[in-house]
Design a protein around this ligand. Structure first.
Ligand SMILES: C[S@@+](CC[C@H](N)C(=O)[O-])C[C@H]1O[C@@H](n2cnc3c(N)ncnc32)[C@H](O)[C@@H]1O
Length: 269
């Protein structure tokens, strides 16, 4: 089944997280492949902050095509790119499993934090390869939720991690995608794959406040909260306790949170 429900939705608390992302903090493994004049496809672009950086890196002659399954978030991506004064990006609604582009359309096909949410990641990668020109690269990066680690220990965050796994899987996704990217790339038939890992780490007071606050809000107010309750995975009271756990962690002067990611750069022959 290609069908999967996007676990997070696009509530403000989710976009607060996505809007922090840049090509430097979320696509460093790809930067060496980018140069002016290239055509890039950014799959599952969300609110478009990484998209805008990619567009700047391939300007003035290169273009970014940004697609997402959700039309509403594309409006935000359009606005992000416009605010940056860039005019080399275009946008379309699309499902990564069935991209409406001819074969060999792009030099770089990129997906950040998307394959963990799709029903058939290998089919998605096959489609990404189809639209990538020979000599180009398909690049994917995903976090690995079971490998998230933090200090100090807050029991409610253990409950959060366990609940997140159940909700994401029930929606048809794979929350521990990071460790699987290489195997998915090989199953797709890629033979030239560079697999790496990189992390986000939140420990400064402002980062701690931002990360804990957005997860507290996501836990009670986003699509994820509704899916957790409607699916019978948690009660509203349990979600409120997890949200309070996030706030408790956020108040710790020693608070430290690590988000590991797997990355693959797959060369198209
Ligand atoms: C976690 S967000 C990542 C957004 C952006 N790449 C970033 O890192 O800031 C995942 C995005 O993938 C989109 N998405 C989920 N399933 C998709 C599919 N089958 N095809 C295209 N986009 C999809 C969601 O709508 C969401 O905007």
């Amino acid at each position: 089944m290609a069908d999967a429900v996007y676990t997070h939705g696009h509530h403000e608390s989710v976009l607060r997280s996505h809007r922090w992302r840049t090509a430097a903090n979320s696509a460093a493994y790809l930067l060496g492949e980018l140069r002016p004049g290239l055509d890039v496809l950014d799959v599952g672009c969300g609110p478009g902050t990484i998209t805008a950086d990619l567009a700047a890196l391939v300007a003035p002659d290169g273009h970014v095509t940004a697609v997402d399954a959700a039309g509403d978030v594309l409006e935000q991506a359009r606005a992000t790119v416009r605010e940056r004064g860039l005019d080399n990006a275009r946008f379309a609604v699309a499902d990564v499993h069935a991209l409406d582009f001819p074969d060999d359309s792009f030099d770089v096909v990129h997906a950040h934090q998307v394959l963990q949410h799709v029903g058939e990641p290998v089919r998605a990668l096959r489609e990404m390869r189809r639209v990538c020109r020979p000599g180009g690269v398909v690049a994917a990066r995903d976090s690995d939720y079971a490998a998230f680690t933090w200090f100090p220990e807050v029991p409610a965050l253990d409950a959060w991690q366990e609940l997140y796994q159940r909700v994401a899987r029930a929606n048809g996704g794979e929350p521990n995608a990071g460790r699987r990217l290489l195997s998915w790339a090989r199953a797709t038939g890629f033979t030239d794959v560079t697999a790496t890992a990189a992390t986000w780490c939140y420990a400064a007071p402002d980062e701690r406040a931002w990360w804990s606050g957005l997860w507290a809000d996501r836990t009670t107010a986003s699509v994820y909260a509704k899916l957790a309750v409607d699916g019978g995975h948690a009660t509203e009271e349990e979600l409120a306790a997890i949200a309070e756990g996030w706030r408790e962690w956020g108040r710790q002067d020693d608070g430290w949170f690590l988000v590991p990611h797997g990355e693959v750069l797959c060369r198209v022959r």
